[in-house]
Write a protein that binds this ligand. Sequence first.
Ligand code: ADP
Ligand code: MG
Length: 241
Amino acid sequence: MNSDIILETREIVKKFGGIVALNNVNIEIEKGKITGLIGPNGAGKSTLLNVISGFLKPDHGSVVFKGRDVTGWLPHRICSLGLARTFQIVKPFLNFTVEESLLIGTLKKRSGSEAQELIDHVLEYFELDELRSKRCKELNVTQLKRLELARAMTTEPELLLLDEPGAGLNPSEASKFMKMIREINRKKKITILIIEHVMPIIMGLCENVYVLHYGEIIAKGCPRSVCKNKQVINAYLGEKW
Ligand code: ADP
Ligand code: MG
């Protein structure tokens, strides 16, 4: 495997009963870059993230992360190797405080004052400092989205998978959130795979884009070339792009 490739999927197939959610999906994620994953609802985007992060087992094919075949590994084990994710629908621990829910992520790799230092840094970085003692059920959507990202960061990932991080946010909140994501990539040198529907966001963030349609990759490349692709226009973008 090329050492610039941090993650690769090989011929992934995932079926749910009669539905073929992923049909022979091959993607490669370049280290240090932001890669986009787009496509219509039901295309298989979240399923692919679930397979990569170990939440679903593929029926066929393999996932190679940092040169190791991690197919079938449990999520926490893949996470320990340096892969973190956020969910399309946020999954907070409702009765935990913000600080407690961040502690869980750090404990795998750090303890005591080291863990606390990391949590303090992440709380400040994601502007959650003043909310540290609040219970998660008291947070609004924007705060929960920031917490979700913060929680992923406490595991100190090398690769971060984001499933529609902007969903549910208004345009100005979404744009601020995307700035945070770009900063995580640039300053903390974390590779990112992002699912997102808002095309200007994809255009602004990503160096590479994959397009899924009915479980198949129908195009890949830089955002500009993908936007000009006839099949992508017909399947997903429409003529306005
Ligand atoms: P996307 O994230 O691109 O909108 P999904 O990956 O959520 O698409 O879904 C792909 C297809 O797989 C859809 O037809 C969806 O209904 C189906 N699907 C996803 N998850 C499950 C599941 N747990 N059980 C049954 N069908 C599922
Ligand atoms: Mg989805």
